[in-house]
Design a protein around this ligand. Structure first.
Ligand SMILES: *Cc1c(COP(=O)(O)O)cnc(C)c1O
Length: 347
């Protein structure tokens, strides 16, 4: 039914807020027994790649666009590493308003770029990194009165709380550990706020520990200082100066969790493992939590038999180029049964 109807009472809606809806949310929380067994835990992945634009960004975007319309805004603008632009462009298209997106030139996964263009956004490639594109987008919003729909927009984070509510509704409790990739640090903050809303309502008895994972080349929350030249194959978390750093730090500290970083190689291995032993294809950034859990396991810092949820933030189909660097090519054969049998009977 979409986030705005499903969680109507928990969201800041008025009778004037248009009920924008692309049937976002209600994504599957998939148990991953083979991968969980490797880690000695009960492991679930929330597959946010099932959202309409293929990432969790839709949860907050639906509310941000609805509120922009309610406030009389007639266009939206954002800077993006890819998924925010795909989501903003989709919702803007669905309600019929223009969308301007600023992307770091040459650093956006192909699927995400194709999406923004297909949905009809005006796509602007900035010769600079994400952090710079964000500064420009803010300036553009200020000068034109367009609604800024980056996660500095408070409604984005409020809509994203719905992910935590769905997890608790499904499990009947919160996980022991909530593992999540961290880029601009909005999502980890939103989940923590969401769990706290449910705890205050008495719907859950205990809160999870929040574990935020970054890529080693873009790990400002691990090193505790901005990273001027962030670099990682996980482009969705290639961010050096997270806007919601203060909220994310508070979430980790209050919950008794931690920030940690993983290498690009570890991310790619986790991506392959998740697909080949979990049956779920998630984009590289989404696999930082699994890489991180594997690292904690190696360091004997992961308790046994606990319940862990990972947020698989985006769909693997968005970034086929990175995936193809990790796998071989198809086996080509002549069109004869003999040629086929040769392959089928190879050990
Ligand atoms: C946006 C995004 C992230 C990072 O989320 P933040 O709220 O910026 O920390 C992680 N993974 C994917 C796939 C994303 O699109």
């Amino acid at each position: 039914m979409g986030i705005l109807r499903h969680y109507e009472k928990l969201l800041p809606l008025t009778y004037k807020t248009p009920r924008v809806n692309l049937e976002e949310g209600s994504t599957p929380l998939i148990e991953l027994p083979r991968v969980g067994a490797r880690l000695g835990i009960r492991l679930f992945g929330k597959f946010e790649g099932c959202n309409p634009s293929g990432s969790f960004k839709d949860r907050g975007m639906v509310l941000a666009v609805a509120k922009a319309l309610e406030e009389g805004k007639r266009a939206v603008i954002c800077a993006s590493t890819g998924n925010t632009s795909a989501s903003a462009a989709a919702y803007a298209a669905s309600v019929g308003i223009p969308c301007f997106v600023l992307l770091p030139a040459g650093k956006v996964a192909l699927g995400k770029l194709a999406q923004a263009l297909m949905y009809g956004a005006k796509v602007i490639a900035v010769k600079g990194n994400f952090d710079r594109a964000l500064e420009l987008a803010r300036e553009g919003a200020e000068r034109t009165g367009c609604a800024m729909v980056n996660s500095v927009n408070p409604y984005r984070l409020i809509g994203q709380r719905s992910g935590a509510w769905e997890i608790c509704d499904f499990l009947g409790r919160a996980p022991d550990i909530h593992a999540i990739p961290v880029g601009n640090a909005g999502n980890i903050s939103a989940y923590w706020a969401g769990y706290n809303v449910y705890a205050d309502m008495g719907k859950i008895k205990a809160l999870p520990k929040m574990y935020g994972f970054q890529a080693e080349g873009a790990a400002p929350l691990v090193t505790n200082k901005p990273c001027p030249n962030p670099e990682t194959i996980a482009t969705a978390i290639r961010i050096g100066n997270p806007v919601s750093a203060h909220l994310a730090k508070a979430a980790v500290k209050e919950s008794g969790g931690e920030f940690n970083s993983v290498t690009d190689q570890e991310i790619l291995e986790a991506q392959k493992l998740l697909a080949s032993e979990g049956g779920v294809f998630a984009e590289p950034a989404s696999c930082a939590p699994l890489a991180g859990l594997m690292k904690l396991k190696r360091e004997n810092r992961l308790p046994e038999n606990i319940l862990v949820t990972m947020i698989l933030t985006g769909n693997g189909l968005k970034d086929p180029d990175t995936a193809m660097t990790q796998v071989g090519s198809p086996i080509e054969i002549d069109d004869t049964p003999e040629a086929l049998m040769k392959v089928l009977c190879q050990n």
